[in-house]
Design a protein around this ligand. Structure first.
Ligand SMILES: [Zn+2]
Length: 285
C-alpha cells in the first residue's frame, strides 16, 4: 500500500541483503565450524575462504573425521602457506595470530625463534602452539575437538626461497652463498647456487657434505694453499673468525705429524660451532 509504514520500511532497508544462511540456519554447530574454518583462512592464509575449500574443511570438522589441531596443520603446512617461504620470525608471528589470537610479545617470540635456530623443527613449534590452553579454549568455543597435535617428521619444513613477508633470504641460500664467498673468494654463480641449495632443501646432502664439496673442489685445490693457509681458511669457513695461535699450532702439528687435510677438515666439521651454524640455517650437519 503506497505511503504505508510497510512501504517506508521496505524502502529504507532495500539496500540490505540478508545472508541466506541466516534464515535457513543449519544446526548451530555447523555454523560455528564454518566460522572456525573461515578464521583459519584469515589468520593462516591472509585471505577469505573459497567455496570448495570451505566445504571440504567444514565437512571433515563437522563429522569429526579431523580435529581442530589437524585442520590447523592442514593450513599451516599447506602448499599455499609454504609457498610464502616465511622466515622463522614471520612463521612464529603467524602462529601467534592463528593459535593465540594476538600479535607476539617480544620475549615470547624471541624464545620460539631461539628454539628454531637451535634445531627444533617447525612441526615441533607448531605443536607447542596448537596444544596451548588458548587454542584448546578457542576450539571449545566453536564446539571443535582439539586433538593430539601432529607427529613430528625427521626433518622439519624449511623455507626454500626469500620470505614473502619481510624479504629475508632463507637459511640454505645464506649458507651456500657464504661458502662461495669464504672458500672460493667469489660470489655464487646461479647454476652452482641452485644445485647446492636443491641438495640441501631436499635433504640429500647435509652441511658437512656441502662444505666438503667446496673445500675439496678443484677450484679450492687450485689455490695450492700451504698447511698454514689451509688451516686459516678452515677457521673462516667453520668458525667465522681468524685463528687463535694455540688452536692453529695444534692443527698444524697434526698436519705435520701425518694427519691428512681431510682429517683436519673432519675435526672442524665435528665442532659445536659448525653444528650451531647448521641448526641456524635449518639444515642437518
Ligand atoms: Zn620474514
Amino acid at each position: 500500500m503506497p505511503g504505508s509504514a510497510a512501504e517506508a520500511f521496505a524502502n529504507r532497508y532495500s539496500n540490505l541483503t540478508f545472508v541466506g544462511d541466516y534464515y535457513n540456519a543449519p544446526k548451530n554447530t555447523v555454523k560455528s565450524v564454518r566460522q572456525f574454518v573461515e578464521r583459519l583462512y584469515e589468520v593462516c592464509l591472509d585471505r577469505s575462504s573459497d567455496t570448495a575449500g570451505m566445504n571440504d574443511w567444514a565437512g571433515h570438522l563437522a563429522d569429526r573425521s579431523i580435529s581442530g589441531s589437524e585442520a590447523a596443520y592442514g593450513f599451516v603446512f599447506s602448499p599455499e602457506f609454504k609457498s610464502h617461504n616465511y622466515c622463522n620470525e614471520c612463521y612464529v608471528e603467524h602462529l601467534y595470530r592463528a593459535f593465540l589470537g594476538r600479535e607476539s610479545d617480544p620475549p615470547g617470540k624471541a624464545d620460539w625463534i631461539k628454539q628454531l635456530e637451535s634445531g627444533k623443527t617447525r612441526e615441533e613449534v607448531f605443536n607447542g602452539f596448537a596444544l596451548s590452553v588458548e587454542f584448546s579454549n578457542l576450539c571449545k568455543s566453536y564446539g571443535i575437538e582439539l586433538g593430539k597435535g601432529i607427529s613430528v617428521p625427521k626433518y622439519g619444513t624449511i623455507p626454500t626461497g626469500r620470505c614473502s613477508g619481510c624479504n629475508a633470504e632463507d637459511g640454505v641460500t645464506v649458507f651456500v652463498k657464504r661458502l662461495y664467498r669464504v672458500c672460493l673468494d667469489r660470489e655464487a654463480d646461479n647454476r652452482g647456487l641452485n644445485d647446492w641449495c636443491n641438495q640441501l632443501w631436499s635433504r640429500k646432502k647435509g652441511g658437512t657434505d656441502v662444505a666438503y664439496g667446496f673445500v675439496f673442489s678443484e677450484e679450492f685445490q687450485n689455490k695450492n694453499l700451504s698447511d698454514e693457509e689451509y688451516v686459516e681458511y678452515l677457521y673462516k669457513v667453520f668458525f667465522d673468525r681468524g685463528s687463535d695461535p694455540e688452536g692453529k699450532r695444534t692443527w698444524l702439528g697434526k698436519l705435520q705429524s701425518g694427519s691428512s687435510r681431510k682429517e683436519v677438515f673432519d675435526g672442524f666439521t665435528g665442532s659445536k660451532e659448525f653444528a650451531n651454524l647448521c641448526n641456524k640455517c635449518g639444515i642437518r650437519r
